[in-house]
Design a protein around this ligand. Structure first.
Ligand code: ZN
Ligand code: ZN
Length: 231
């Protein structure tokens, strides 16, 4: 794989294959087609579902039996190669060009969401992790979406109050308990339709905890948006 900053280098090359005559947003047409789009998914949690008859909006059994705080969730891609690799480079190696490319493509893929939102808020990092990483990947995604959709982005709308323990080994219920009370709202969100933005949705527990805090603060409706969804 070849990684280059397609915005700064005069020579425009695809960040995935290194080729491509006219890459759009850093990815050539062929590679953009290879990214695994989520075609049909639960409208509430974005869990991929088998295709349904046209015009029927679907919900997964878990959302039907217990509606989550987020009324809608949209992710552009399945968390699989090469999206997973681009996100890892973006998040852990500071490859901001990869993050910007994915966010710009996602802004196009999910453009129909823009009309149902008043503002965007990125999932914050705890200051200690922010300090280690030097940037918040969710903020970069939110800013790219906000720019494309002409929506205000409240980068400090939420604050992470305490560093939550590592989530990887926990199931959703444990994650929710781990996260409860961990977000504080620092913006006026009364009556607003908020788009909560993260890079990847895994169990949805982070989104649920943040959405709960925003609803308590008076937000009218919360939609969760991410680049990718793990199965
Ligand atoms: Zn390519
Ligand atoms: Zn669902």
């Amino acid at each position: 794989m070849v990684y280059n900053d397609w915005r700064q280098s005069g020579l425009l090359r695809c960040i995935l294959c290194g080729g491509g005559a006219e890459p759009r947003f850093g990815v050539c047409e062929g590679c953009a087609r290879d990214l695994l789009l989520i075609e049909t998914a639960c409208r509430t949690c974005a869990m991929p579902l088998p295709p349904a008859p046209a015009g029927r909006s679907r919900q997964c059994p878990s959302c039907l039996s217990r509606p989550p705080a987020c009324t809608a969730t949209r992710c552009a891609w399945h968390y699989g190669f090469p999206v997973s690799q681009l996100i890892q480079h973006f998040k852990y190696e500071g490859d901001l060009a990869a993050g910007h490319s994915l966010a710009t493509l996602a802004a196009e893929t999910l453009a129909d969401m823009a009309g149902s939102l008043d503002l965007l808020i990125p999932i914050p990092l705890h200051w200690r992790r922010y300090w280690q990483r030097g940037f918040n990947q969710a903020q970069l995604v939110a800013e790219t979406l906000g720019n494309a959709w002409q929506l205000p982005v409240l980068t400090r709308g939420l604050r992470k109050c305490h560093a939550s323990e590592r989530q990887q080994s926990l199931d959703k219920k444990q994650r929710l308990r781990n996260l409860s009370g961990s977000f504080a709202v620092r913006a006026a969100v009364e009556g607003r339709r908020v788009g909560l933005v993260d890079d990847v949705i895994t169990t949805g527990a982070t989104m649920e905890a943040a959405a709960g805090a925003l609803l308590e603060a008076g937000a009218a409706q919360i939609s969760a948006i991410a680049l990718a969804r793990t199965p």
